[in-house]
Design a binder for this molecule. Sequence first.
Ligand SMILES: *[C@@H]1O[C@H](CO)[C@@H](O)[C@H](O)[C@H]1NC(C)=O
Ligand SMILES: *[C@@H]1O[C@H](CO)[C@@H](O)[C@H](O)[C@H]1NC(C)=O
Ligand SMILES: *[C@@H]1O[C@H](CO)[C@@H](O)[C@H](O)[C@H]1NC(C)=O
Ligand SMILES: *[C@@H]1O[C@H](CO)[C@@H](O)[C@H](O)[C@H]1NC(C)=O
Ligand SMILES: *[C@@H]1O[C@H](CO)[C@@H](O)[C@H](O)[C@H]1NC(C)=O
Length: 661
Amino acid sequence: MPDDWHRSLIVCFVFSLIPCLVATDASQVQFVYSGFRDANLSLEGVAELRSDGLVQLTNNSDVKGYAFYPIPVHFRNTPNGTVQSFSVSFVFGIRSAFNEESLDGMTFFISPSKDFSSAFANHFLGLFNDKTDGSSSNHVFAVELDTYKNPELKDIDDNHIGIDINSLISIQTGKFTNLTLGGGEPMQLWVDYDAHTLQIMATLAPLGVAKPQRALFSATTNLSNVLKEPSYIGFSGATGPISTLFYLLGWSFGINSRAPAISMTNLPKLPHGHQKSQSVVLEITLLPVGTSVCVLALGTTIVLLIRRRSKYAEIREDWEAEFGPHRFSYKELYCATDGFSNKLLIGIGGFGKVYKGILPATKLEVAIKKVSHESRQGMKEFITEIVTIGRLRHRNLVQLLGYCRRKDELILVYEYMPNGSLDKYLYSQEKPVLGWTQRLDIIKGVASGLLYLHEKWEKVVLHRDIKAGNVLLDIHMNGRLGDFGLARLYDHGTNAQTTHVVGTMGYLAPELLRTGKSSPLTDVFAFGVFLLEVTCGQRPIHGGGQDTPFLLAAWVLQHCYNGSLLETVDWRLGGNYHNDEADMVLKLGLFCLHPLPTARPSMRQVMQYLDGDMPLPDITQTCLSTNLLSMMQHKGFRPSILSYPDLSTSAATFSGLSGGR
Ligand SMILES: *[C@@H]1O[C@H](CO)[C@@H](O)[C@H](O)[C@H]1NC(C)=O
Ligand SMILES: *[C@@H]1O[C@H](CO)[C@@H](O)[C@H](O)[C@H]1NC(C)=O
Ligand SMILES: *[C@@H]1O[C@H](CO)[C@@H](O)[C@H](O)[C@H]1NC(C)=O
Ligand SMILES: *[C@@H]1O[C@H](CO)[C@@H](O)[C@H](O)[C@H]1NC(C)=O
Ligand SMILES: *[C@@H]1O[C@H](CO)[C@@H](O)[C@H](O)[C@H]1NC(C)=O
C-alpha cells in the first residue's frame, strides 16, 4: 500500500500544478492541493478562490467563510465500523488589518453538513451559535487556530491551537510562544488521528520547516463516537470586529495513510500590501430601539475590549524569551506612570520622553524612558546589548531594570535618580553649587563607570554620549552614568559614508566626525570634555549663532599655553578647591582631548591619574607645543567642523540627541 501512494505522490509532483486527487479504494481517500488554482472546492459564505491559487476564507470584519472538499468523505470501512486513522496537513496564513491583532480565528473541521447559516462568526469561529455550542448533536470535530482569547470559552490565550469536539471549549489546547498565528507569516499544521490509540496529534511549524519530530500537543478521544458517516471536511474562517483575512495556501489529506507532502515550491504567495495597515475596521449597526441598547452595550464592550487590547499591545519575538525576567508588561508601565501622564514627565530628550513612575507591584520608584524607533533592523542586537548591559551592575552606572517593546517604541525602565542630572547643578541657578570635593568624587565615579563599560565586560561597551546631562546623581550625590549604549540605536552600519554620527556637538572627537566610527578613544575624548565642563562650570560650546562660538577646550588650552590654567576653574567655587587637583584634572582633560586618538590615555590610565596612582605625564610640554595647539585648534575645535560636508544634514541630529533626561 505505501508503495502505491508513493507512486501516486510522484505523479502528484509531476503534475503538481494540478490539484492531485488520489482515491485507490473506498477506504483510502487521499488528496493534495499545492495551491488551489482551478481546484474544485465547495465554497460557502464570503470565501473565495483567488486567481493566484489562494483560498481566502474571509474578506472583512464580522464575516464567515468556508471551503469544503466537494464530496463527503467516508471515515468508516463499513457503515457501522469505527472511524479509521486519518491525517491532514495544511498551510495557512492570517493577515489582520490591524497590526497583529486578529479576530477571531479559523478551523479545520469535519461535519455532517455544509450548512452553517445559523452559526455566529464572532465567538464561535463560524461553527456554532450560543445555542448549538456544546451540543452532541453537532457531530463536529474541529481544530481551532484561535487568535483571540475568549475567557468564557476557557481560551488559554490569544494564540493557541485547540482540539474541539462539538464545542469551542477545547478538550485540549497547545500553547506556544515562538510562533504567532496572526503574525502574517504562513505556517503549516499537521493533525493525525490514530484509530488504535485514539490519539490526535497536532504539530505546527513555520512554512518550509519539515514536520517537527515532537508534536505540539496531543489529545485522546474516540472519534467513532463523534463523527457521522459520511462527513464533509473543510475549513472555516470567522472574523469579529477587526477585519482579518484567513488564507489557505495548500492542503493534503489521507485516510489510513499519511497526508501527502504539500509541494512548497508551487504554493501561492500571501499577498502583500494594505493588509498590515493600521486602520481598525469597527462596524456597529444600529438596530431599532428595543434591541439597540443591548446591542450597543455589547458593541461597546467589544470596542472597549479591543481598545484595551491594542492599547496594551506589545511586540515579542522568540529571541526575547531568554530575556524574560527583564521584560515588563506595557500595562504595568502604563499604570506606573498614570498612563504616561505629563504630570510625571521628568525629561525630554532626543531619545524620547522620560517619566517618573512607581511600579504597581513593588512600589519601587523608577525612571521610564520611551524611545521611539522606526526600524526593526538591528533591534535584536540592540536589545541584546541593552539587556546584557542591564545585567551589569556598577555603582556608577544607572541600573537598567528592564524594558518593554511595542510597535515603533522601546520602553526602558531604570532606577530612579532623585537628584537629577549633573548639568542642572552646573548651569542652573536653582540648584546649589557643587563643591570641589563633590565634583571630584563625581568625576572619579563617572570614570570608574566608564572604565567598567570599556574593560570589565567580555566585550567593549561604548557609551557614545558622555556629557554632564547624562550623568545622574543618586541620593548620596554619587555620579552615575546613564543612557549607556542607547546611542547605538541611531548608529547604523559601519560604512563611513552613510554613518550617522551620534553624540553631542562639542563632545565629538575629530576622527569620529571624519570617519563616523566610535571607539573607546572617542569616549575618552568626550570624557575629556566632561572633565573641563565640570571643572570650569561651562558648556563645551556656547554663544552659538555667532561666527565664532566659545569653545571651552580651546579656551582652556589657550590658558594652559599662557600658564594661567587655574583661571579657568569655575568662579562659583570662590577659590575653594585644591590647586593641585584642579590643575591635574584640567590637564588630564586636555590630555584626553589629544587630536591623535592613539595619544589619548585609556580609561584605565585615566583612573590611575585621577586616583594619584600614577603621575600625569608633563603635558605642559605638550601644551607649549605650538604645533599641537594649532593642530588641536584645526582638527578638534574649529567651528569649521560644523561645515563638514557629510555633517550638514546631521547637525540637527547632534542637538536632537543632546537631551538626556
Ligand atoms: C466538482 O465536484 C463536484 C462533486 O464531485 C462535481 O459534481 C462537479 O461536477 C465538479 N465540478 C467541476 C467543475 O469539476
Ligand atoms: C466579501 O465577499 C462578499 C461575498 O463574496 C461580498 O458580497 C462582499 O462585498 C465582500 N466584501 C468585501 C469588503 O470585499
Ligand atoms: C449495521 O448497519 C446496518 C445498516 O446500516 C444495520 O442494519 C445493522 O443492524 C447494523 N449492525 C449492527 C451490529 O449495529
Ligand atoms: C518552539 O518552541 C517549542 C517548545 O516550546 C520547540 O519544541 C519548537 O522547536 C520551537 N519551534 C521553533 C520554530 O523554534
Ligand atoms: C471507540 O468507540 C466505538 C464506538 O463506541 C467502539 O466500538 C470502539 O471500540 C472504541 N474504540 C476504542 C479503541 O475504544
